[in-house]
Design a protein around this ligand. Structure first.
Ligand code: XIL
Length: 311
């Protein structure tokens, strides 16, 4: 952790990281690297429905409040994550009949966005709605509310906080493929219908063994041509463990390509990583045998990927 110039000073885009409120509170070194390097934060879990309203009508805003408070004190923007998502949903929401699911989803958006109104630069309104083959995921929202839930969610979101940029966000959409085609067609249709969508988030969860997404920059550019912002929202590049210098070099190359592609497309306003240190990353828990996916190592030393971006 000794870079002369922090990441946030070498770019005119927002540069962010997912953060966890408990690490922010308990680890001074974590907090200081975050504060020094980044100018945007995304709550890793603290704004998800299953966290804020695990039990119907009983809200817990403690983690979200802590992160928004930190951002306000340190002059950072916040990416709100996330409002309509099939995962980390409370069981009680899963079990609702259609009519009630609709009213409860509307209220959820109004309540959460209303609480932080004016303090969130961008919201991931709808997250991970597509399957990899480009069909719509059979989420509870899709199954009970039908195709229109997406437009509804964006309209409710605009009403709840007109100052926030409203995003659709997904993974495996970085390159040109069936999934990004489906996303592109949906965003084009929503724009034509006047649905208030402002941006498209590309998560950027990559793995060195699967290759770099083909057509990445052209893909960002075609979305930008629709008149929306684009953002890399959750970048990490996982490695089959153990890491070695060759793998770390490939990882550095992937991070650099992600970074450069964003900077080559004018409406790419943000480059955010899903955590910044291998000390705390969702990767080893989610992909057994893989890890070392972040820009800083477990001791908060910059890895080759960091140095490739910020030499
Ligand atoms: C992950 C978190 O990092 C984990 O801590 C949690 O257990 C599961 O969710 N796509 C997303 C994020 O949009 O919300 C996910 O975050 C990672 C994949």
């Amino acid at each position: 952790a000794s870079a002369a110039v922090p990441l946030k000073a070498i770019t005119n885009r927002h540069v962010g990281s997912a953060v966890a409120a408990n690490h922010l509170a308990n680890e001074a070194d974590y907090r200081s690297v975050l504060t020094r390097e980044f100018d945007n934060v995304t709550p890793e879990n603290e704004m998800k429905w299953g966290v804020v309203e695990a039990e119907r009508g009983r809200y817990d805003w403690s983690g979200a409040d802590a992160i928004v408070g930190y951002a306000q004190r340190t002059g950072k923007t916040v990416r709100g994550h996330t409002l309509v998502w099939h995962s980390q949903l409370p069981d009680w929401v899963d079990d609702l009949p259609a009519g009630e699911l609709r009213s409860v989803t509307r209220r959820h958006i109004a309540t959460e966005m209303g609480r932080y109104r004016g303090k969130i630069r961008a919201w991931d309104v709808v997250n991970e709605m597509f399957n990899d083959d480009g069909t719509r995921r059979a989420s509870v929202f899709q199954q009970k509310l039908g195709d229109g839930y997406v437009a509804d969610a964006f309209r409710w979101a605009r009403a709840a906080d007109p100052s926030a940029k409203l995003y659709i966000n997904d993974y495996n959409t970085e390159g040109l493929n069936a999934k990004s085609d489906a996303l592109y067609n949906l965003v084009r249709t929503l724009k034509r219908q006047g649905v208030p969508i402002d941006g498209v988030g590309f998560q950027g969860h990559l793995a060195i063994q699967y290759g770099f997404p083909a057509g990445y920059q052209a893909n960002l550019a075609r979305f930008a041509a629709l008149g929306v912002e684009v953002a890399i929202t959750e970048a990490d590049v996982r490695i089959p463990l153990p890491a070695d210098p060759a793998k770390l070099d490939t990882q550095a190359n992937y991070f650099k390509q992600l970074w450069d592609g964003c900077h080559a497309v004018r409406p790419c306003v943000e480059f955010t990583t899903w955590g910044f240190t291998d000390r705390h990353s969702w990767v080893p828990d989610t992909f057994p045998g893989e890890g070392a996916a972040c820009l800083f190592d477990t001791n908060l030393r910059p890895k080759p990927a960091y140095t490739r971006i910020n030499p």
